[in-house]
Design a protein around this ligand. Structure first.
Ligand SMILES: Nc1ncnc2c1ncn2[C@@H]1O[C@H](COP(=O)(O)OP(=O)(O)OP(=O)(O)O)[C@@H](O)[C@H]1O
Ligand SMILES: [Mg+2]
Length: 229
């Protein structure tokens, strides 16, 4: 479903070149829950951003569902990103002035769909992540774990084929982290392929496969047997 072929990413900063990703190749099948681990600066976020079409590789090729993410216009990249990919982040990135249901609706509102047609779906998604009683709350009125649930519902509102998560539990205590990981696992069983960056080997073991990066290169690729329920 996702093919990464000899992808490299070099950042230029004035005279300096930073090689964030070096010649990385692997394939992700539909329905996988892939954890990406590696030291700080090893290229995890860079790889996730390439898969999500937030950025393009300097060299190499990336395909989602057969569509190339390299060598296309920014407009085409934006369309693929909107239709196929959902993102969740460590710091939730919710808009503070919007309620939970408005935050969840936002990606479709930006696509021009009227709120009256989205609201029911947004409410249903909030119920499915256990927030049926928090629909009109604003982020400041929610706990960290609840904010991440709103962010997960928002990521799902476009029915993405892939959910990308960069340290989704990095800002949560161990109890809330486990709740979020269980939720992701449950969503993955019936829904999107999940790719999650994490520093935490306990969190990584919720996946079906772990890849490790070191200095921008793929250093390990491990399939997990009986992963946590
Ligand atoms: N926009 C950028 N411009 C220049 N260099 C960058 C840019 N983004 C990342 N880098 C560099 O690329 C390398 C990989 O960065 P990346 O953010 O992918 O690491 P990471 O594995 O996600 O680290 P962390 O665990 O700290 O989040 C780092 O050396 C970083 O400094
Ligand atoms: Mg990172």
């Amino acid at each position: 479903m996702i093919e990464i072929l000899n992808a490299s990413k070099t950042y230029h900063q004035g005279e300096q070149e930073v090689c964030a990703l070096r010649d990385v190749s692997f394939t992700i099948e539909k329905g996988e829950f892939l954890s990406i681990m590696g030291p700080s600066g090893s290229g995890k976020s860079t790889l996730l951003n390439l898969i999500g079409g937030l950025d393009q590789p300097s060299r190499g090729e990336i395909f989602i569902d057969g569509s190339p993410l390299h060598g296309i216009t920014d407009d085409d990249l934006t369309l693929i990103r909107r239709r196929k990919v959902g993102f969740i982040f460590q710091f939730f990135n919710l808009l503070p002035i919007l309620t939970a249901v408005e935050n969840v609706s936002l990606p479709l509102l930006l696509d021009g769909v009227p709120f009256s047609r989205i609201r029911e779906k947004a409410v249903h998604l909030l119920e499915s992540v256990g927030l049926g009683s928090r629909i009109e709350h604003r982020p400041e009125q929610l706990s960290g774990g609840e904010m991440q649930r709103v962010a997960i519902a928002r990521a799902l509102v476009t029915d993405p084929a892939v959910l990308l998560a960069d340290e989704p539990t990095g800002n949560l205590d161990s109890h809330r982290s486990e709740e979020i990981l269980r939720l992701l696992k449950q969503l993955n069983r019936s829904g999107p392929t999940i790719i999650m960056v994490t520093h935490d080997s306990g969190a990584a073991s919720f996946g079906t496969r772990i890849i490790k990066l070191r200095d921008g290169s793929l250093s390990e690729d491990i399939a997990i047997g009986g992963s946590p329920a």
